[in-house]
Design a protein around this ligand. Structure first.
Ligand code: A3P
Length: 311
């Protein structure tokens, strides 16, 4: 049973988590290659990635919110925050989202993570091969959220114009190529999903899609509660659904990233559209066919059917 009641008290007892404090305030976008994958030097470091993979000690009651960027990470952070508090939105209204379900892989806060009492919730974009080794012998839980890769690409493309974490693309065409080649931060979407799907039959792994959340928000929240062993009353579930809706998150400065520095994301651009199928507004027919061909090749033999496969 997950009981998060102590988390904010414990976090409150430590000086405010400085997620960006140790970062240089440069606006220049630079990547470094770590084990074949591009990472933004603005928020990541070799040292941190090595620490996370080789030294970080996962606990049996840890819960990880894992995604490829732009797949609904912050949406899941909000849902988990609300589930932790039995639907009470106060935590979400008073504490920035990155302090509630903090990033595992970002530089500058591992001392804090190790001090936290259990259960700990973490967010991460790491591909499975860079994940903490200690996770694989633990009972810790992973919620992996995936999204239609064409929508991920489009969301990432727009985000790249609003952040210094991602190189600004010269054109959409060029960005399609970067995405398919896996030269964007966190590498190939295909390898990310395939890698994590190797866990799909494990009882400590829950696979969710952004589309499923859009289609059946309440049902998916209930599925997450069941996975976490958390029993919520009907009205609490209603509250989780209401307070993690796009419109409420967009208006909540603790959740819409408007408190993050501009070099992370320009004001008010993070909660962009929050819809499925936005790729149709920008992909040409030729790009769609090209993308689908590569998708078929790279995802063949993967025994998973996603909602976007039907569209
Ligand atoms: P769009 O750019 O397509 O609007 P991440 O948190 O992984 O970076 O993902 C960001 C994407 O999730 C953005 O997509 C954002 O609008 C969307 N998103 C965030 N909160 C959402 C919510 N409550 N409902 C639907 N989409 C949401």
């Amino acid at each position: 049973m997950v009981d998060c009641s102590l988390i904010s008290l414990i976090r409150g007892a430590i000086p405010p988590d400085p997620p960006y404090l140790s970062l240089s305030c440069t606006m220049s976008t630079d990547y470094f290659l770590h084990k074949g994958i591009n990472f933004s030097s603005v928020m990541y470091s070799e040292e941190r990635l090595d620490y996370v993979e080789n030294e970080f000690q996962v606990r049996d009651d840890d819960v990880f919110n894992i995604t490829f960027p732009k797949s609904g990470t912050n949406w899941m952070m909000e849902i988990l925050s609300l589930i932790c508090r039995n639907g009470d939105p106060t935590w979400c209204q008073e504490v920035p989202i990155w302090e509630r379900i903090p990033w595992l892989d970002i530089s500058g806060r591992w001392q804090l993570i190790d001090k936290e009492e259990t259960p700990r919730f973490h967010s991460s974009h790491l591909p499975i091969q860079l994940f903490p080794k200690s996770f694989f012998t633990s009972k810790a839980k992973v919620i992996y959220t995936a999204r239609d890769p064409k929508d991920v690409l489009v969301s990432l493309y727009h985000f790249a114009h609003e952040t210094s974490l991602i190189k600004t693309p010269n054109s959409f065409e060029e960005f399609v190529e970067d995405f398919l080649q896996g030269t964007v931060p966190f590498g190939s979407w295909f390898e990310h999903v395939r890698g994590w799907m190797s866990m799909k039959d494990k009882s400590n792994f829950l696979f969710i899609t952004y589309e499923e959340l859009k289609q059946d928000h309440r049902g998916t929240v209930m599925k997450i509660c069941k996975f976490l062993g958390k029993e919520l009353k009907n009205e609490d579930i209603d509250s989780v659904v209401e307070h993690s809706s796009f419109n409420i998150m967009k208006e909540n400065k603790m959740s819409n990233q408007s408190l993050a520095p501009d070099y992370i994301v320009n004001k008010n651009s993070f909660m962009r559209k929050g819809i499925s199928g936005d790729w149709r507004t920008i992909f040409t027919k030729a790009q769609e066919e090209y993308f689908n061909r590569i998708y078929q090749e790279k995802m063949k033999n993967l025994d998973v059917k996603c909602l976007w496969d039907e569209s």
